[in-house]
Design a protein around this ligand. Structure first.
Ligand code: NAD
Ligand code: DAU
Length: 350
């Protein structure tokens, strides 16, 4: 019986990782540790919340005493760490919150793991889920490999780069069994509608302006979130301690082209005349320090561990749009703030 603490399991990617581990490995005990910030939504896990191998614990990774106590009580064999402040725009407004959660929170978890496992790392694992944004920005050509030097530009990416360095330092200095993966932009179900794809879908549905930063020339490399969760599963089980893997979809899109594609898909699905939704596109002031282009070279992951994406972007986007059309209630609860009451309703008696 393996016990795994998954941090940030009520968020977008974390909820897919929790679902995958709870349903694929009934012999594992999964503890979802989440503070339930604005980005944490337990409605994301409604379908598995009563599974006997799943447990939710509300808590803050910045609170070192709480984390210490959690390790003592739960006695985990492994940690998969996703909890973070994740939105670049919010990091520009409030960098310190990103330092607290992404840097201090990660170091608190590392300290608890080091203390609790006390040098007996053989059957343990500390998995840190990170981002391609630590590598900075690319020009028109080239790709990020695992050897690309770190060059973060936003407070968000600087905080994630810092946490990556701490994880490596704990592996080098104390021998902690640690792995890191750096993934490109995810998309899919349960994505909070502050991020480009769900925000655009939501605004198109509502016939509201779609804000495009600058000229929409920035390029992102999009990966279906369930393929990211599967990559995490593979790396968690197969990677050697001290290794890093890049994860990406080999799927680059200029923002403006992606938004036009979403408009066209939704015109068809909503029965609007072709070109109707594209009229909502509105160019707005660019993001400060906006990275031009991200592109991941995921050859190492493919060659060493055999992972490749399972579906095409066309298939993934279709599934995603269909999910947002079929789950208006989820979207309504998120946009009205009602999702934040779900915790009280579900968990008061536990
Ligand atoms: P998200 O914002 O949707 O979810 C973050 C979760 O962490 C939320 O449930 C939130 O409540 C929780 N959390 C935040 N602060 C906390 C704290 N102090 N203590 C405990 N829990 C806290 O984020 P996401 O998009 O799902 O990203 C998850 C991880 O993956 C992050 O580490 C992010 O850097 C990384 N990542 C994201 C992407 C992407 O495209 N979204 C790509 C690569 C890597
Ligand atoms: O690359 C991985 C990263 O991808 C993750 O580490 C981050 O957690 C995740 O949020 C994401 O960061 P981005 O900044 O790339 O994602 P976002 O959806 O905020 O923006 C995608 C692109 O779209 C970016 O070039 C900015 C632009 N954009 C975004 C929003 C929200 C717009 O043009 N308009 C918008 O309203």
């Amino acid at each position: 019986m393996k016990k795994i603490i998954i941090t940030g399991g009520a968020g977008f990617i974390g909820s897919h990782v929790v679902r995958r581990f709870v349903t694929t490995y009934p012999g594992y005990q999964i503890v979802n540790l989440d503070k339930l910030t604005y980005a944490g939504n337990l409605e994301n896990l409604r379908d598995i919340e009563h599974n006997s191998n799943y447990k939710f614990v509300k808590g803050d990774i910045v609170d070192a005493a709480f984390i210490d106590e959690l390790f003592k009580n739960e006695k985990p064999d492994a940690v998969i760490h996703l909890a973070a402040e994740s939105h670049v725009d919010r990091s520009i407004t409030n960098p310190l919150e990103f330092v607290m959660t992404n840097v201090i929170g990660t170091v608190n978890l590392l300290n608890a793991a080091k203390k609790y496992w006390a040098g007996n790392y053989e059957n343990t694992r500390f998995y840190h889920v990170s981002t391609d944004e630590v590598y900075g920005t690319l020009g028109e050509t080239g790709m990020f490999t695992e050897e690309t030097a770190y060059d973060p530009h936003s407070p968000y990416s600087a905080s994630k780069a810092s946490s990556d360095h701490f994880v490596r330092a704990y592996q080098d200095t104390y021998g902690l069994n640690a792995v890191i993966s750096n993934c490109s932009n995810n998309y899919g179900s349960y994505h909070f509608p502050e991020k480009l794809i769900p925000l655009s879908i939501h605004n198109i549905k509502q016939s509201k302006p779609i804000p495009v930063y600058g000229k929409g020339e920035n390029v992102r490399d999009w990966l279906w979130v369930e393929d990211h969760a599967r990559a995490i599963d593979v790396i968690f089980h197969k990677a050697k301690s001290g290794t890093t893997y890049n994860i990406g979809g080999h799927n680059e899109w200029k923002n403006i082209d992606l938004i036009r594609l979403l408009c066209s898909i939704l015109d068809k699905k909503l029965g609007r005349p072709e070109g109707e939704s594209a009229k909502l596109i509105t160019f707005v002031t660019d993001r400060a320090g906006h990275d031009l282009r991200y592109a991941i070279d995921a050859t190492k992951l493919k060659e060493e561990l055999g992972w490749t994406p399972s579906i095409t972007f066309e298939q993934g986007l279709e599934k995603t749009v269909d999910w947002y059309l079929a789950n208006q209630e989820w979207l309504d609860h998120v946009t009205s703030g009602q999702y934040q009451q779900y915790y009280e309703g579900q968990y008061t008696n536990r």
